[in-house]
Design a protein around this ligand. Structure first.
Ligand code: PMP
Length: 415
């Protein structure tokens, strides 16, 4: 594990205002926010319908904890999620972040095995996956900067992805990726077969890696064969980001447990959700909203956060943001494929409104982000990957501005 590097004190500009897909800092500079504030602001800033729903809820009942009672926004949100996710996913654990939601899903999966007469505790993940920052969540990842003293509260097998870039997206890449996961599931292990396979349909912190098409469907069948539960972490990809309500729907795959957070309420309040299939949940939950201390927290399913989530889902539906994400994402990918070229760029890839320009190294990626910031465009950096993940409300003008600023910033880096 890595020792701490002391953080150098620096003054950062404060963001003081947001409207649409722009934010302003305290010096009055306006930026196009192609980070959606760490992918929260799916509906942009100052969305009056979400704001109004949060205010109305605050005035009526700001919150009541869910261990002995339920409340209307939580119950309505659970029902709404089941409707969107389809059939089996009927039991919702509401929490306050993506990490808590992943942790709840993994613990549910492990807790259920003894009830089936076979204790299993091992979990298979992707080495370059990211699932949050609690000790358990960091242990699911093999990203070097997340290695820590609290490693492995549960046994984890981390599968290295064979290749990055365009090669991973070929039929050969699919074959190799699947083989490696299959081997990890089947490997003789002192902790036995895995309780669950946990992965993101598109790797975020791992570098905007688009998994080979067809992989999720094959993993679903592998899990059915081996009994391992399929946990999909759609904290980053869910809620329209990849041009479908959920990225797993591109392959018509339903997990046993689905994890959501970030965009779920447009970032208006902390929220996370682990939604479990009913046939599993019978063992641990009698009602659609699962409250209480076992997987929840004092402010889990916060009423204002749930009301904001319901309004966010309405906005996504009413404004057709899922289809817009697909359309504008495809346009942005085309524009960057044409405009972000040259020896410094090693790959341009994307799905929906996750468009990644991969640079030759992390230092160049940092310089590109800096140059873009100077041009008033905020981009997200993950290692060598520079990602444009604007609010789903982005329009033609915004797409053009992002593409022009990235091309300009690449020129700045080259010279
Ligand atoms: N899973 C994924 C795929 C994520 O991208 C993130 C956040 N970057 C998390 C889990 C953790 O969410 P949070 O930061 O809200 O704890």
């Amino acid at each position: 594990w890595h020792s701490w590097t002391p953080v150098r004190q620096r003054t950062r500009p404060a963001i003081v205002r947001g409207a649409g897909y722009h934010v302003w800092d305290d010096a009055g500079r306006r930026y196009l926010d192609a980070t959606s504030s760490a992918l929260n602001a799916v509906c942009g800033y100052g969305e009056s319908r979400i704001e109004a729903a949060a205010r109305t809820q605050a005035a009526q009942l700001h919150h009541f904890e869910l261990s002995r009672f339920t409340h209307r926004p939580a119950a309505a949100l659970a029902e709404r999620l089941t409707g969107l996710l389809g059939g089996p996913l009927t039991r919702t654990v509401l929490v306050n972040s993506g990490s808590e939601a992943v942790e709840a899903a993994v613990r549910i999966a492990i807790d259920l095995w003894p009830l089936r007469g076979e204790p299993r505790s091992r979990v298979v993940t992707l080495e370059r996956g990211y699932h949050g920052s609690t000790a358990l969540c960091q242990s699911l990842s093999g990203l070097p900067h997340l290695a820590n003293r609290y490693r492995d509260p549960i046994p984890v097998t981390r599968v290295p992805l064979p290749r990055e870039g365009a090669a991973l997206r070929t039929a050969d890449g699919l074959e190799r990726a699947f083989e490696l996961i299959e081997q990890a599931v089947a490997e003789p292990h002192e902790d036995g077969p895995p309780a669950a396979v946990v992965l993101e349909p598109l790797l975020n912190v791992g570098g905007g890696i688009v998994l080979p098409p067809g992989l999720l469907a094959r993993l679903r069948r592998l899990c059915d064969r081996t009994g391992a539960l399929l946990i999909l972490d759609e904290v980053f990809t869910g809620l329209g980001r990849t041009g479908a309500w959920f990225a797993s729907q591109h392959e018509d795959v339903r997990p046993d447990l689905m994890v959501l957070s970030k965009g779920l309420n447009g970032g208006y309040a902390p929220i996370g959700a682990a939604v479990a299939a009913g046939h599993l949940a019978e063992d641990f939950a009698a009602e659609p909203v699962v409250g209480g201390l076992r997987y929840g927290h004092t402010t889990s399913g916060h009423a204002i956060a749930c009301a904001a989530a319901l309004a966010t889902l309405d906005v996504i539906e009413e404004d057709g943001l899922v289809a817009r994400s697909a359309r504008h994402g495809a346009d942005l990918l085309d524009a960057l494929t044409a405009g972000a070229t040259g020896p410094l760029v090693t790959d341009v890839r994307g799905r929906g409104l996750v468009v990644t320009v991969e640079m030759a190294d992390a230092d160049l990626a940092a310089r590109l982000v800096q140059a873009a910031t100077a041009r008033r465009l905020l981009l997200r950096q993950q290692g060598r990957a520079v990602m444009a993940v604007p609010p789903l409300t982005i329009d033609e003008t915004g797409v053009r501005e992002i593409a022009e600023s990235v091309a300009g910033a690449l020129d700045d880096v080259r010279t």
